[in-house]
Design a protein around this ligand. Structure first.
Ligand SMILES: Nc1ncnc2c1ncn2[C@@H]1O[C@H](COP(=O)(O)OP(=O)(O)OP(=O)(O)O)[C@@H](O)[C@H]1O
Length: 797
């Protein structure tokens, strides 16, 4: 405390810009946890440069208490991991925007010509970037917007989108990433993907139940949740919902901390964070970085992107990779960056924050003498790439300007390992790196991984880089360790299958606590049901042909309303949840099938309960056939059809993964299905009439007709005075008691279909059995296809 006070006293007279030029050196060793001792506090030595008017020797020590995050146990020595990214290049489509009509579906390219065409369309966004992050280090990726920070981070975490082509090597203790390893890597995304309707506690609780190993008891898992909540200082909002655009919940900073907590639950050895400080005020951002430093001190390797750090935040960074349009402009200790650029002739201007200065350099905004900003940037890239290629472990390590220049000019002996130079304006096609291992899109299977980069990767890399061996410190030791011991296959997933299902089911129900069974939904069904009941008031009870014509309309409307509603609601299900699904699948939280069945099951109460209100209302108000068998048959038919339509909606939504596209397709298809469903068009031309057989509405309508009219006697009632001048149907009159009305005569059962103009016979038992079987078939078929699509779409990440 006293030291903090002295700092403010000392700096009390300095301007904010002067404060910004303060440089700090950390006294705290990175590996303080390695010795098994948790430090009580961090000490930071601050040196004020002479330009500020202070004495050169003037030093201030800031002592900060260790954050509560120290409650998380340090990473066991055997589980620590050194993350290496070597010669990483990335390419994205240059012209076509990501996504499309059916996003995520790509046809394989076989012909050489097509491949060449594909390459030509790519834009290079990362240029042969190398570096590493050892346990205990926080590596910050900095650079102007669009410089490739997120791309590099997502490649390291194996989360890059499938259409991003990648090259290079990502190694953890010298080994490639595997699915198992990925489960132990924490990845905090730029947009905090959290369930908006869940509270902070619920988000972390469900994640803990799914992600933590089954060897832990439920109490231990809940204890971990409490620890993380406490460690991140979010106790006061633990019962507040996350919230979103329409429903305000926790603040942005708290949201970010929940996202970090979500990953901290598994106590990861490697933590990757995309802009954890963006949108936070400088004090909260500083606190966030302090937490990261503390986590690193527990033996974790932490890589984080930082957008525009304040001067104070910059001073607290350990290691820095500065990117400029995908090129490494600087790599090394953050506090030595200004020294590096100074040696190259770019002095930090007086009263300018180092972070701002180097970002200006990376943006091409610093002109020196006759060199404009862009030429400066190109010059720096050319120099840095040549220099940094031999310093891929610790980066810039100081030295005189002459040493730097001499080293940069040295011919690079292990060229085989580097392929193209990666200098500015090199061609944007896919370069070949003979000795590098190509990162595959998607996961590397554990067995494949063993073949892909066993001894060969790390060994050949080290061999290739032998010229640099003396420049690399401590890396061989990490490579020699290999991956942490494997868990048994049964323990691959945190929770066993049935628990995954149960947890996901409960979560899915809670996630929709503000949507499903909402008052508006119920109100909508009740109002439409009441209106319908009024319009068709008691019409179904009349056994006349005239009333039956109306009843047919009611049955069709009943079916259409619920079908449309189920289908259009389902269109949004997976597109809305897709990102979350990808994120959670990438972390290996659960099996896809457990998610799928839980999601389907969680819909069932909604699928049954609300339509029940509607069906019951219209059934009795309109006086449809008053027998228990007819009522329940009608009820289950409509529910079954709703489920089929829902499956169809899910399928379209999953195929397109874009509700707008899915809606457009759904409207066209359902319109066609409706028209041929058996009510509107009777005499469809044969050449297009087959469509009715793929219309689930046709089968559903057939079943409803059967339940309503099977075995029932319908009377044709004709007023004799009108019959001579008009066609039969138009002169049908209603009768309250057609059986005893002389104007009415019964229609033979075998003529009912023709008389009512139906496409299926309501009295045929075989028809209804076929209809039911076909609907069940569609139900299974659509859902199976949905599952396959989901599997395909989530496996490609
Ligand atoms: N999946 C993708 N499809 C198309 N272009 C992409 C894709 N991912 C990245 N890019 C492009 O790659 C470049 C680097 O993007 P990236 O998101 O990595 O930058 P960044 O440094 O993280 O930017 P910011 O700080 O604004 O988040 C950008 O020009 C971006 O348009």
């Amino acid at each position: 405390m006293s030291s903090q006070k002295s700092l403010s006293d000392e700096l009390g007279n300095a301007t904010s810009t002067e404060l910004a030029t303060v440089s700090q050196k950390k006294l705290r060793p990175c590996h303080s946890w390695v010795n098994g001792e948790r430090p009580e506090s961090f000490k930071t030595e601050t040196v004020l440069p002479s330009e500020n008017g202070f004495n050169d020797e003037h030093k201030v020590i800031i002592e900060e208490p260790v954050a509560a995050v120290g409650l998380l146990e340090p990473i066991l020595d055997e589980n620590r991991m050194c993350v290496e990214y070597r010669h990483v290049s990335a390419y994205v489509p240059a012209t076509v925007a990501a996504g499309g009509f059916f996003s995520g579906w790509e046809l394989p390219v076989w012909s050489a010509k097509a491949k060449a065409k594909e390459k030509a369309k790519l834009r290079r966004v990362l240029w042969d970037v190398s570096g590493c992050c050892k346990p205990g280090e926080v590596l910050a990726l900095m650079g102007p917007s669009g410089s490739g920070k997120t791309s590099l981070l997502s490649i390291i975490g194996d989360r890059a989108q499938s259409h991003m082509k990648r090259e290079g090597t990502i190694a953890f203790n010298g080994q490639p990433s595997t699915k198992r390893l990925k489960r132990n890597i924490g990845f905090v995304m730029q947009d905090d993907l959290l369930h908006e309707a869940l509270t902070v506690w619920e988000v972390l609780y469900y994640a803990a139940m799914l992600r933590l190993p089954r060897t832990m008891t439920k109490e231990q898992k809940m204890q971990r949740v409490s620890t993380v909540i406490q460690a991140l200082g979010i106790e006061k909002c633990k019962d507040t919902i996350i919230g979103g655009f329409f429903r305000k919940g926790i603040s942005g900073g708290e949201r970010k901390r929940v996202s970090i907590g979500h990953e901290l639950l598994i106590n990861p050895s490697v933590l990757l964070l995309d802009e954890p400080t963006s949108g936070l005020d400088s004090t909260t951002a500083m606190h966030c970085v302090e937490i990261l430093r503390e986590l690193a001190a527990g033996g974790r390797s932490i890589v984080t992107t930082i957008h525009q750090p304040s001067s104070r935040l910059y001073q607290s960074l350990d290691k820095l990779l500065l990117l400029s349009q995908g090129h490494a402009l600087y790599y090394g200790r953050a506090q030595m960056a200004d020294d590096y650029f100074q040696k190259m002739g770019y002095n930090l201007p007086y009263r300018v924050n180092v972070a701002d200065f180097i970002l200006d350099l990376a943006s091409g905004d610093v002109s020196v003498d006759d060199r404009d900003g862009e030429s400066t940037r190109q010059h720096l890239i050319a120099f840095s790439e040549q220099y940094l290629r031999r310093r891929t472990v610790d980066g810039y390590a100081g030295g005189s300007a002459e040493d730097l220049a001499a080293e940069q000019k040295q011919p690079f002996s292990s060229g085989a390992n580097f392929g193209k130079q990666g200098l500015p304006n090199s061609d944007a096609g896919l370069s070949e790196h003979p000795a590098t291992y190509n990162i595959k899109a998607g996961n590397i299977d554990e067995h494949e991984a063993a073949d892909a980069l066993p001894a060969s990767s790390s060994a050949s890399e080290s061999q290739g880089d032998s010229a640099d061996a003396d420049l690399e410190t401590g890396i061989a030791e990490w490579r020699a360790r290999g991956l942490p011991p494997a868990q048994s296959k049964a323990q691959r997933w945190g929770a066993p299958y049935h628990l995954q299902f149960a947890i996901l089911f409960t979560r899915a129900v809670r996630v929709r606590r503000f949507q499903s069974m909402s008052k508006q939904d119920i109100l909508q069904y009740v109002i439409v049901g009441l209106l319908t009941g009024c319009f068709w008031w008691q019409r179904g009870g009349h056994d006349t042909l005239a009333a039956s014509a109306d009843t047919l309309g009611l049955l069709f409307f009943e079916l259409m309303f619920l079908t449309f509603r189920s289908m259009f609601t389902a269109l949004f299900t997976f597109p809305d949840e897709y990102k979350m699904l990808l994120k959670e699948r990438a972390s290996g939280m659960y099996r896809l099938s457990a998610f799928f069945f839980a999601r389907m099951a969680s819909d069932l109460p909604m699928d049954f309960a609300v339509p029940t209100i509607f069906i019951t209302l219209i059934y009795f108000m309109a006086h449809l056939r008053y027998t228990a068998a007819a009522f329940f048959s009608n009820f289950f038919t409509v529910i079954l059809l709703g489920l089929v339509a829902q499956g169809f909606g899910l399928l379209l939504g999953t195929l397109a993964m874009n509700p707008k596209t899915a809606q457009t397709i759904a409207s066209i298809v359902v319109l066609a299905f409706t028209l041929v469903g058996g009510y509107f068009v009777k005499g469809i031309p044969v050449w297009i009439g087959w469509i009715r057989y793929i219309s689930f509405i046709y089968y559903g309508f057939g079943m409803l007709l059967h339940h309503e009219y099977n075995g029932r006697t319908i009377y044709s009632c004709v007023d004799a005075s009108l019959a001579q001048s008009a066609v039969a149907m138009s002169v049908q009159v209603d009768s309250a008691d057609p059986a005893n009305d002389p104007r009415c005569h019964p229609i033979p059962h075998d003529q009912l279909q023709a008389t009512l103009g139906l496409q299926q016979s309501p009295n045929s038992e075989s028809w209804v059995a076929i209809d039911a079987a076909v609907l069940v078939g569609w139900l299974v078929f659509y859902r199976t296809l949905v599952y396959i699509c989901l599997r395909y779409k989530t496996a490609r990440r």
